[in-house]
Design a protein. Structure first.
Length: 243
């Protein structure tokens, strides 16, 4: 049994790489670290060279990068066992042969990447994975001194109020003691800063005007002139990835 718990809105992404080839596993780990460094995101990446070690671990992971061609082991069976324990884990299959992609349906794999992994393709796939990860993600926030779980997709925008961060939803306003800079780093895939200390969720933007943004509840948020281009580009990219 796992001796740790983790909420879907945890602060840091927990990622593991399973590859019995040391050089391949190390290269993939390095690529992942470079990606999260460039995106200014916190992530812990563990690398395993055999499935037994991974299955014996008590750590809980959000993402698994799996080489299914493991000597004397069945990568699909390993992933199926992990899927039982971690039903929401994202699995990316890494393979040298496309024929193995047919096995991926058994473990509900999100992506298939051919070896050797190309940096540009990996980054593009990760951007899309993290962009859509919010469908079930939740954050632990406070309203009227009561702590509750709030679904990411329900957050319209968040802003800095004093030393706290306020999250605006159709149900009301929730608070977090974490500063807005912390949340900006954690949620930058889903939100864009439209004004100083004010971040709007891309999926809730309905219209962008020259000095304001209309969001899904018909509220308008101020848009700083120097942020217009960034907001427009981020929104366009979100729309393209949502097609």
């Amino acid at each position: 049994m796992y001796n740790e718990t983790i909420s879907e809105g945890d602060k840091m992404l927990q990622i593991c790489v399973l590859d019995d080839e040391y050089q391949d596993g190390k290269r993939n780990e390095d690529l992942l670290r470079a990606y999260f460094d460039k995106r200014h995101m916190e992530a812990r990446i563990d690398r395993y060279t055999n499935g037994k070690e991974l299955l014996d671990s008590t750590k809980i992971y959000h993402m698994l990068f799996l080489d299914i061609e493991i000597q004397e082991e069945n990568g699909i069976e390993i992933a199926m066992e992990l899927r039982k324990r971690l039903p929401d884990m994202i699995i990316v299959v890494i393979t040298s042969y496309l024929k193995y992609s047919l096995e991926g349906y058994k473990i509900q794999a999100s992506r298939y990447l051919l070896k050797p992994i190309h940096e540009t393709l990996l980054y593009s796939e990760l951007d899309e994975i993290l962009q859509t990860r919010d469908t079930s993600q939740t954050l632990t926030l406070t309203m009227h001194q009561e702590t509750t779980m709030v679904k990411m997709k329900e957050i319209l925008y968040f802003e800095s109020i004093g030393r706290t961060t306020c999250f605006h939803t159709p149900q009301g306003v929730y608070e977090s003691k974490e500063g807005v800079s912390y949340w900006a780093k954690q949620l930058h895939v889903h939100f864009v800063e439209c004004h100083k200390g004010l971040f709007v969720q891309l999926s809730h933007i309905m219209q962008i005007r020259k000095d304001c943004i209309e969001i899904s509840n018909h509220e308008t948020l101020p848009l700083a002139r120097r942020r217009v281009q960034q907001v427009q580009e981020s929104w366009l990219q979100f729309q393209e990835m949502s097609l």
